[in-house]
Design a protein. Structure first.
Length: 480
């Protein structure tokens, strides 16, 4: 590689507040067009915006989770431009004085953990949505989204590869979902990313001319768009040409970026402090109050799960992917302290049942207490692991406890030696050929015998005991 890529990401997240940032209209998604609107979010003359406190709470929460300094005083500004989905012809955003700055978050890369700087986080309002009817020369505008609160998170240009970019986005998304400030849905546009990228000769410390990529609606697409752009810019530089500073759109179907417009300069927006909104003053008390609502973050939790419970990274990653799943795991551990066994059950049996029923962990019909009880029954050999799995399925569909199901169905493992000995003798008598094979050295046949005994006992025989008894009887035959 002759060039090094330099990447900085701008992420917009839609906040999960009930109402908009400067009025009381609902933020609900999917309602009939233009039903969640009022004079304020429609930008009528003479109206005054009033800041939604929840938006500031959420901004502080994210600032704390990303190690930012929170500004004691921040200010809203008007960003002026004309667009049909922006009824005021300006967007209320923050410019010179954002709510938070100078943070970082740590991501996992192939070469170990890496810190990515966060330049700033600011609050702003979303614009409306244009709907283009392709069949007619008509466009519609839906103002339900105007005034929905956003946070913009701008990274430092610390990212060096498309993989790191995807990892940064994943880490940030996990955080905002854990904080319960955004649903993190990239396809539906509640978590959007613009990617800035430039190249420079390996070893250089100067920044090259960048392009800004838009229109990627998945981590994969961000990665692919950046990979394409690295190839495109390298080819230009190789030919001695210059990269033009511009905004480019990712065309997922063709797998290319296409020039859209040369990027506006900041002065084009005529930013100025919004005279309708007083500065936002955040004191220590407010920050402390929000601090209490910040949970353990996903990456910290993952590392703790690996360390404290000795889990492999793979397990830990899946368990912490959902805060409630992680809680479920820990609540089960309290009652059945075999972390790896519990993790195996959750990753395979539990998640499979949940997926099949399209049910989330918070609606899981089997509580951690009940899962622990089941695992205990298997552990003390009341039932076999195999029967345990079918009991688990039944717990899911009936809501009954493991103990109840085992009793009702008579599933207790047979550990009665006398009884099992009888069955074992029967099986050996019925299969003289296999007995001969065993005695001739084909010891694998033992598996066949175990299977036969299980069949005769409807799977209830204790497998360890059956094995012992089979070997004992077969060895007796050998010595005869
Ligand atoms: P703009 O004024 O074009 O919006 P900013 O300086 O505000 O640019 O930075 C926007 C984003 O682009 C940030 O995430 C920043 O880290 C990144 N960035 C800035 N300069 C470069 C560059 N030369 N190469 C790659 N990324 C850059
Ligand atoms: Zn409104
Ligand atoms: Mg900028």
């Amino acid at each position: 590689m002759k060039y090094e890529a330099v990447i900085g990401l701008e992420v917009h997240i839609q906040l999960l507040t009930e109402t908009k940032i400067f009025c009381g209209c609902s933020t609900r998604f999917g309602d009939a067009p233009n039903t969640n609107v009022c004079p304020v979010c429609l930008g009528m003359p003479g109206v005054l915006p009033v800041l939604n406190k929840k938006v500031v709470d959420f901004a502080i929460k994210l600032a704390l989770a990303t190690n930012c300094s929170i500004a004691p005083v921040s200010q809203f500004a008007r960003k002026n431009y004309f667009y049909p989905d922006l009824p005021k012809n300006y967007q209320i955003s923050q410019y010179e004085k954002p709510i938070a700055e100078h943070g970082w978050l740590e991501i996992d890369t192939q070469n170990g953990p890496k810190k990515i700087g966060i330049r700033r986080i600011h609050m702003e309002e979303d614009a409306g949505k244009l709907i283009h009817d392709e069949s007619k020369p008509v466009s519609y505008v839906d103002f339900n989204r105007t005034g929905v609160p956003l946070l913009e998170i701008v990274s430092e240009p610390d990212i060096r590869t498309p993989e790191e970019a995807a990892q940064y986005l994943k880490t940030l998304r996990d955080i905002v979902v854990y904080l319960e400030i955004c649903d993190g849905n990239m396809e539906e546009g509640s978590f959007r990313c613009d990617a800035n990228i430039s190249l420079r000769p390996m070893g250089s410390t100067e920044l090259g001319v960048k392009t800004e990529l838009k229109n990627m609606n998945s981590f994969k697409n961000v990665q692919k768009a950046l990979e394409f752009e690295i190839r495109r810019q390298s080819a230009l530089l190789d030919r001695g040409e210059k990269v033009v500073q511009e905004t480019r759109l990712w065309d997922a179907a063709r797998g290319v970026t296409v020039g859209m417009r040369t990027k506006e300069e900041e002065q084009d927006y005529r930013y100025f402090p919004d005279p309708d909104l007083v500065p936002v003053v955040v004191d220590k008390e407010w920050i402390d109050e929000v601090k209490n609502t910040v949970p353990e973050l996903p990456r910290d939790k993952k590392l703790r799960f690996m360390d404290q419970y000795g889990l492999p990274e793979y397990d830990a990653e899946i368990l912490v992917s959902d805060r409630h799943l992680a809680d479920y795991f820990e609540e089960t551990i309290v009652r059945f302290n075999r972390p790896k066994t519990v993790s195996n059950w959750i990753l395979t049996e539990l998640l499979r049942e949940l997926n099949q029923r399209e049910c989330s962990i918070t609606q899981c019909p089997v509580s951690p207490e009940r899962l622990a009880e089941l695992l205990q029954l298997i552990d003390d050999e009341t039932i076999s692991a195999k029967i345990g799995k079918s009991v688990f399925e039944e717990m899911f569909s009936t809501g009954k406890s493991a103990r109840t199901i085992v009793e009702e169905k008579g599933l207790k493992q047979v550990t009665d030696t006398d009884l099992l000995e009888k069955v074992v003798s029967e099986v050996l008598e019925q299969h003289p050929k296999e007995v001969e094979k065993y005695l001739g050295g084909a010891e694998k046949v033992i598996g066949f015998f175990v299977g036969q005994v299980m069949r005769k006992t409807q799977g209830k025989a204790n497998p360890k005991l059956v094995n012992e008894l089979l070997r004992k009887k077969l060895e007796e035959k050998r010595s005869k």
